[in-house]
Design a protein around this ligand. Structure first.
Ligand SMILES: *Cc1c(COP(=O)(O)O)cnc(C)c1O
Length: 378
């Protein structure tokens, strides 16, 4: 017997209640019952995102919301600042180029947080910038960026602040309105306790002014059309409404726990997992860890694939390795969404045994004890 334990930074485990809701017989997406679900889901998303801005729901993976944000807010020929600090944030630059927008790339070393001062300097140097594209939680490096501080900088300019919150929202504090996030992009399968297939946007009045100022070349991801439909809690095209019904159940669970308690649970899991990893003599990759995942360097002499296969073969624990230039160098462990402290403690116990199997010196219980010490002191 092997119990599946999905410990990746997306997808992440989905509660049985959510899966059962998704499995129910289909209703029609234009029926009053379906519309009533969207009404509740929009309210729930506003709560989770901490926003009064308009919410749009797309049938796509998270990247669909990123593409929608670029193609609707920045016209071809304009300039946008891209805060590139990893594999996912570099996607903003690719999207800009795809749609003829000139990306002013501010590169940050992978694993380091973006410095808000550099954003301020770039905005001074390029006052004609239409948008700043950033990230809450860079999933390729496990880094949380100072969105609040960057938001303050961007708010005093004419540019809008677009934030990829795909693995951050639901795991880390995100106060969309208070922090000046004009467009928040979120996907369903990271910290929202949902399968993949839905993407969300929260769009501020400052961003709508940019969107309304030109004709987006997009058809499926046209946010003007999406906004018009959403006035009636509908979408321009067939919504993934079985997933939306499941999302209502997931959001009910978040609301019952309270968003601040959800953030606190993730902070505890994150600090416990970091302590466990450090107690094993491993090195964290990020200097400012995101709270939905822990990323550590593969120790010298071991292969990431051997560690990950050991975790999976012996304990059913799925983790993920590095992307792009970090291939083979790091292991990324997710603890986001439907996960709790004891999942983290169990994962660390498994890691101890697998490292021991591979000949890495391990004092049994050392990672577990370090994690417990954190959890008992918080
Ligand atoms: C997962 C992820 C994406 C991509 O989302 P998809 O759902 O795979 O399209 C983008 N940005 C971040 C930060 C992510 O974690």
């Amino acid at each position: 017997m092997k119990k599946p334990r999905l410990m990746t930074p997306g997808p992440s485990p989905v509660p049985a209640d959510v899966l059962l809701e998704i499995a129910k017989p289909l209703i029609h997406h234009r029926s009053p019952e379906a519309v009533a679900i969207v009404v509740e889901v929009v309210a729930g998303l506003k709560y989770v995102f901490q926003t009064r801005n308009e919410i749009l729901i797309l049938a796509s993976s998270g990247t669909g919301s990123m593409e929608a944000a670029v193609v609707n807010t920045v016209p071809a020929g304009s300039k946008a600042i891209v805060l590139d600090a990893g594999w996912f944030s570099s996607r903003w630059g690719v999207l800009c180029k795809t749609f003829g927008v000139e990306p002013i790339v501010i590169p940050t070393e992978w694993g380091q947080p973006v410095d808000p001062e550099r954003v301020a300097a770039a905005l001074r140097e390029h006052p004609d910038t239409e948008a700043v594209f950033g990230t809450l939680s860079e999933t390729s490096t496990g880094t949380g960026h100072p969105v609040e501080a960057i938001g303050r900088v961007v708010a005093s300019s004419s540019a809008i602040f677009v934030v990829d919150g795909i693995s951050g929202v639901g795991a880390m504090e995100c106060r969309t309105d208070d922090w000046g996030v004009d467009v928040l992009c979120v996907g369903s399968q990271k910290a929202l306790m949902m399968p993949p297939g839905l993407a969300f946007l929260a769009v501020s009045p400052k961003a709508w002014a940019k969107i309304d100022a030109f004709d987006s070349p997009s058809y499926y991801f046209n946010l003007k059309l999406a906004r018009k439909s959403m006035k009636d809690f509908a979408t321009p095209f067939t919504p993934a409404h079985t997933l939306i019904a499941g999302l209502k159940v997931a959001l009910d669970q978040v609301q019952a726990e309270g968003i601040e308690a959800v953030w606190e649970r993730h902070r505890r899991m994150s600090l416990a997992c970091q302590a466990g990893v450090l107690a094993l003599g491993l090195e964290l990759f990020s200097s400012r860890p995101a709270e939905g995942m822990t990323v550590f360097r593969v120790p010298d002499g071991l292969k990431d694939s051997a560690i990950r296969a050991g975790l999976s073969d012996r304990f059913g624990i799925t983790t993920i390795g590095g992307q792009d230039r970090l291939k083979g160098q790091i292991i990324r462990v997710g603890h986001m969404g439907y996960m709790d402290e004891i999942d983290v403690v169990a994962g660390l116990a498994g890691l101890e045994m697998v490292l021991n199997d591979l000949g890495y010196p391990v004092e049994p219980g050392s990672a577990v004890a370090a994690a417990q010490r954190v959890l008992m002191s918080l």
